[in-house]
Design a protein around this ligand. Structure first.
Ligand code: SF4
Length: 473
């Protein structure tokens, strides 16, 4: 792109989806080890924005120690005659897309959870200051969203300044989310879709409805509406809701058609209010994952910030890996925290009556949206650290799933060998599948089963010869 001639590295869509491994990174900004981090867009009056101004508060990129992780904030302040605060969420989410166009720049997640890595090679090529990064953002905002007439960008690495600004950012996110609460899916005839994460998860498309927030938690139905109207050719698009096929599961003809079209036929059917059968696809930047706990026939939630092992013995990273990549995995569901505040939150699966375990931090955040009689019946890490403890807790509290155990015969006590699967945080990142294949065919009983993008993990692998098996028969 000629408008980036003075930028020391290349800028273009081909760099979207680029991953930077720890060994290849110059520095990390935000990320899982850092508390102070956010990105925020604010719409301001014309006279309060100095067009093109880039400010750096705290040490610049070149002054950050190689290999370190640092507190980080990005503030984008925009002005324009047709801009209003309703567009702040849209502008803010574009930060992710635009920064990922930069060669050797990886931006993951959103809002209070950003995770950035700058690659060593790009740093050595001259990407050693936030100044050129700000210029790229500035130029892309101006060219891609002409509704923005003026924009100024601030990068913050000073921990004290971040501390001071964080409450304002958190307040802005909350007021955006609160605006979308109350409106029902049945009251609108248009939903919105977002394909921004397809660079990382090619068969993923977010379906954003008033009662089902985007996976990243950064785009509400109102944001989707605003984004599709100011930039109809952008990553967010309108989906005519179409015919209601299944009210309970949340199946709509317009959603199925849009999913088919935008995923090149990979996803044919989406059920919006369930984690089973045809759940919404999971990209990679979801705030939390819901996973089925078969031993208690319930659903548990683990969020990105949760440290250590969830109740099934696995950390967030491993559970997220089981769901991510734009797939529909039965019993797994990447989602936003805001979806937990929706009346349609896994409504087809029993809603909150089916939730058995959530991290304490998440429970605190959504407490007001949990039916009061259930609040004490849902376990956290303080109540249950494994499935056996969870079972005992649910029974003692008479959680609604317990009645299901009794009516459908008590769930099997899991074999000790499988429940005791202890995976520590360190091991989780390096846990190797015993088999990985883009397309793995299995021949069985006259059928051919093809597992696409398969990764198979096993506690134990037993290899016997065919002859051995025949001998045993
Ligand atoms: S998670 Fe969904 S809404 Fe958020 S950026 Fe990705 S595709 Fe868009």
């Amino acid at each position: 792109m000629s408008m980036f001639k003075d930028i020391p590295v290349e800028v273009g869509v081909i760099y979207e989806g680029e991953r930077i491994r720890r060994n290849d990174m110059q520095v990390e900004l935000g990320g899982p080890t850092i508390k102070q981090k956010f990105e925020l867009a604010k719409v301001k009056p014309m006279n309060e924005v100095d067009d093109g101004k880039i400010t750096i508060i705290g040490p610049d990129l070149k002054d950050l120690k190689e290999g370190g992780a640092f507190p980080f904030g990005i503030l984008v302040e925009a002005a324009g005659a047709k801009l209003d605060a309703g567009l702040e969420g849209v502008i803010e989410r574009r930060i992710h897309g635009y920064l990922n166009y930069i060669e050797g720049f990886m931006h993951l997640n959103q809002r209070y959870d950003i995770w950035i890595r700058i690659g060593k090679k790009s740093f050595q090529k001259g990407l050693n200051s936030f100044e050129p990064i700000g210029k790229v953002l500035y130029r892309l905002f101006k060219s891609e969203l002409p509704i923005i007439e003026k924009v100024q960008i601030t990068f913050i690495t000073d921990p004290a300044k971040l501390e001071e600004m964080t409450p304002e950012a958190m307040q802005a996110y909350e007021s955006r989310d609160a605006k979308a609460r109350g409106l029902k899916d049945s009251e609108v005839d248009t939903f919105y879709g977002c394909a921004l994460c397809q660079s990382f998860a090619p068969s993923h498309v977010c379906i954003i409805t008033p009662q089902r927030y985007s996976n990243c938690g950064a785009i509400s139905w109102f944001d989707g509406k605003a984004s599709a109207s100011i930039d109809p050719k952008g990553p967010v698009f309108a989906i005519p809701r179409g015919e209601m096929i299944n009210e309970e599961k949340g199946e709509f003809s317009g959603v199925n058609e849009a999913a088919k079209k935008r995923t090149m036929g990979e996803v044919q059917q989406v059920w919006l209010y369930t984690a089973f059968d045809h759940p919404h696809t999971s990209c990679g930047c979801f705030e939390a994952v819901t996973f089925y706990v078969p031993e208690v026939d319930g659903l548990a939630v683990v969020n990105r910030n949760f440290k250590g092992a969830a109740v099934n013995g696995l950390p967030f990273s491993t559970i997220a890996d089981s769901a991510a990549g734009g797939r529909q995995i039965d019993g797994f569901h990447g989602m936003s925290i805001e979806y937990m505040r929706s009346k349609k939150f896994f409504a087809a699966d029993g809603g909150w009556n089916r939730i058995v375990w959530i991290p304490k931090e998440v429970k605190e955040k959504v407490k007001d949206f949990i039916p009061p009689e259930l609040v004490d019946k849902i376990a956290t890490e303080e109540d249950a650290k494994n499935v056996d403890e969870l079972k005992a807790f649910l029974k003692a509290k008479n959680h609604p799933v317990v009645a299901k155990w009794e009516s459908e015969a008590a769930p099997e006590a899991p074999a000790a060998e499988t429940t005791a699967m202890q995976v520590n945080e360190e091991a989780a990142g390096t846990m190797m599948p015993v088999a990985t294949a883009g397309s793995l065919p299995i021949m069985a009983g006259g059928f051919k089963i093809i597992l696409k993008d398969a990764k198979i993990y096993a506690n134990k692998v037993i290899i016997t010869t065919v002859k051995d098996n025949k001998d045993k028969r």
